[in-house]
Design a binder for this molecule. Structure first.
Ligand SMILES: [Zn+2]
Length: 298
């Protein structure tokens, strides 16, 4: 049985994964611990409670976290986490529990989760793109997660799409993430002169369904940008499937249907008919835990 841990900015989830299901889960606050060691101790206490509950031993630990480097096992000064120094969490957990631990960034965890347990199961050439506040991505090529020379491969969200375009959180301009994330879609809606003041994509979707032209244009432009970003990514790794994860991708009629069309229109001819585009099949609540656990299967 694998212990999956998903470290978030305010709370962190733990789950015991047996075969392809989370069979026991817990949650602790990420904030409010004396230091990173006290946080690790709290994770261990919850783990002990879960293993007592299920009566099964843990064989491996997988941890998904922002700014996590799989090559070093270190969370590197994540801006949204309370520790302003490097935290070698893989070793800290492995030492405490006595089984191997693998740490990875949350987008790579999501990719592995889809590959092991979700819509990418059995597909050894896969790209997983998470569409949320930002855009994350993980690339599986020839049956291996691509880490790159420094453990930081797979940042499709920061591929530049528009020279001198919108400001991105990374400090540069025109990244994909500045257009197709939640924040990007809110900006596009405003650019299109939308009358409402939406704070989420669901509101824009509701307005589009009601026929509001700014909301419809927002989805059209988002679809076009994303189709170009994905068609470009295909040129790099030649995947068999692309899996999209996150609330934005759950807009079937407004996004996925036109996206498939625009993606194929923008796809280089040698890839035509060789790559499909699908939406995550993992349950929302357990996706991050399954992804973290999948790191433990490496
Ligand atoms: Zn960027």
């Amino acid at each position: 049985m694998i212990l999956g841990i998903d470290i978030g900015g305010t709370s962190s989830k733990l789950g015991l994964v047996h075969e392809d299901k989370v069979i026991a889960r817990a949650r602790i606050a990420t904030l409010g611990h004396a230091d990173d060691h006290a946080f690790a101790d709290a994770l261990v206490r919850e783990t002990a409670r879960l293993t007592t509950e299920t009566g099964r031993p843990i064989t491996a630990i997988g941890i998904g976290a922002p700014n996590a480097n799989q090559l070093t096992g270190i969370i590197e000064m994540a801006p949204n986490l309370p520790w302003k120094h490097d935290v070698p969490l893989a070793r800290m957990m492995s030492d405490r529990i006595g089984v191997p631990a693998t740490l990875g960034n949350d987008a790579n965890a999501a990719a592995l989760g889809e590959w092991r347990y979700g819509a990418g199961r059995g597909i050894d050439d896969l790209i997983v793109v998470t569409l949320g506040t930002g855009v994350g991505s993980g690339f599986i090529v020839n049956g291996r997660l691509v880490l790159g020379s420094a453990g930081n491969a797979g940042e499709l969200g920061h591929a530049i799409l528009q020279p001198e375009g919108r400001a991105c959180t990374c400090g540069r301009k025109g990244c994909l993430e500045a257009y197709v994330s939640i924040r990007g879609m809110l900006a596009t809606y405003a650019e299109e002169g939308g009358a409402a003041n939406p704070t989420d994509v669901k509101t824009i979707a509701d307005l589009a369904h009601a026929g509001e032209s700014a909301a419809i244009a927002c989805f059209q432009r988002t679809t076009e940008w994303l189709s170009i970003g994905l068609a470009n990514a295909v040129c790099a790794t030649g995947p068999k499937r692309i899996v999209l994860f996150g609330g934005i991708a759950r807009n079937g009629d407004l996004l996925m249907a036109p996206l498939r069309e625009r993606f194929h229109a923008n796809l280089l001819n040698i890839y035509q008919g060789r790559v499909d585009l699908t939406v995550s099949a993992l349950p929302d609540d357990d996706a991050a835990l399954l992804g973290a656990a999948a790191l433990g299967t490496l």
